[in-house]
Design a binder for this molecule. Structure first.
Ligand code: NAP
Length: 290
């Protein structure tokens, strides 16, 4: 049996087209969506990632403001910048990029991002709203997984879906999005026991642990669709996921690649969330709802 590769690239192209269309619609209403990315690190890979968001935004017609506060920015400075951006009408969406300087409490800062501009679902209010089924932006990575499953018509309603990882940025919001779609969700973590006990009979397995080779062919069955969220940089600089792709190949029904899977959809979704945020904040819509 051959395992089908579920590339994220065609879906990313569809989402980018939707973003461009929506940018044109917003332009007619006099609205220019704009994203602000706050960064406070010297980490080169983080700067590379932020530049890739900036390039994607520019080519889609979304404004992008990089607010680089330097690696020694204090929590007070970061808090003040986030408050200002939250109140700034020309900014539609805000991302607080990690890592942050040592001693800075990310938990305290993300709560300062206005929920209507929290396009990467970082504010605990966004997670709380997702939990009770209220409108909120999910973290783009979590939504990417659901969008990839939808794009390839992989059903989740009534199916056994296992999520490996319970972080507030991926595992937890993803499990909420899947519950909303009537999946029977199991969430695994470092204390949930042998993985295969949970994954062996699952219809869909999503791995988001940050552990190279965590899931192999012996963990899944022939019916499984495997989504690899992990991004791990090997000593030679190459990027791999959490799934041992070679061992899953020929065993599972389908697998998303790394790179070229979930990650390629995430940036496009950040832009889609930014235009959705701009639409919701646009004066025309605010007047309509007044
Ligand atoms: P995280 O905060 O470190 O969380 C990792 C989760 O995996 C934790 O819940 C942990 O369990 C669980 N875990 C660790 N080892 C495990 C094991 N042996 N068995 C079962 N569960 C295990 O990481 P994250 O921020 O969620 O990110 C997860 C991965 O996704 C990373 O590789 C990250 O780089 C990647 N990521 C990719 C994108 C993208 O766009 N492609 C975006 C964000 C993140 P405990 O809770 O018990 O510690």
């Amino acid at each position: 049996m051959s395992t089908v590769t579920l590339s994220g690239k065609p879906l990313a192209a569809v989402i980018r087209q939707r973003v461009q269309d929506e940018v044109r619609n917003l332009e007619q209403d006099g609205v220019r969506p704009a994203l602000a990315v706050v960064i406070a690190t010297d980490d080169e890979s983080t700067h590379w990632y932020v530049r890739s968001i900036e390039r994607a935004a520019e080519s889609a017609g979304v404004g992008c403001r990089i607010v680089d506060l330097g690696h020694d920015a204090t929590e007070q400075v970061l808090a003040s910048v986030l408050r200002d951006l939250s109140a700034e009408p020309s900014v539609s969406g805000i991302i607080l990029q990690t890592p942050l300087p040592a001693g800075v409490r990310a938990d305290a800062l993300v709560g300062l991002i206005a929920p209507e501009k929290d396009i990467d679902g970082a504010n605990p209010l966004s997670l709380g709203r997702l939990a009770v089924g209220q409108p909120a932006f999910a973290p783009a990575t979590a939504r990417s997984v659901v969008e990839i499953l939808d794009h390839y018509s992989v059903p989740v309603a009534g199916r056994d879906v296992v999520v490996v990882g319970r972080s507030a940025v991926v595992g937890k919001p993803l499990s909420l999005l899947l519950l909303e779609r009537d999946a029977a969700v199991t969430v695994c973590h470092s204390r949930s026991g042998p993985l295969e006990r949970h994954t062996k009979d699952a219809d869909v397995v999503v791995v988001a642990a940050g552990r190279t080779g965590l899931l192999g062919g012996s963990h899944v069955s022939a019916k499984a669709t495997v989504v690899d969220v992990g991004t791990n940089v090997l000593p030679d600089g190459s990027l791999v996921g959490d799934v041992d792709a070679a061992s899953v190949d020929g065993v599972a029904a389908a697998l998303t690649p790394v790179p070229g899977g979930v990650g390629s959809v995430t940036t496009a979704l950040l832009l889609l969330h930014t235009v959705e945020a701009a639409r919701k904040q646009s004066p025309a819509l605010l007047l309509e709802n007044a």
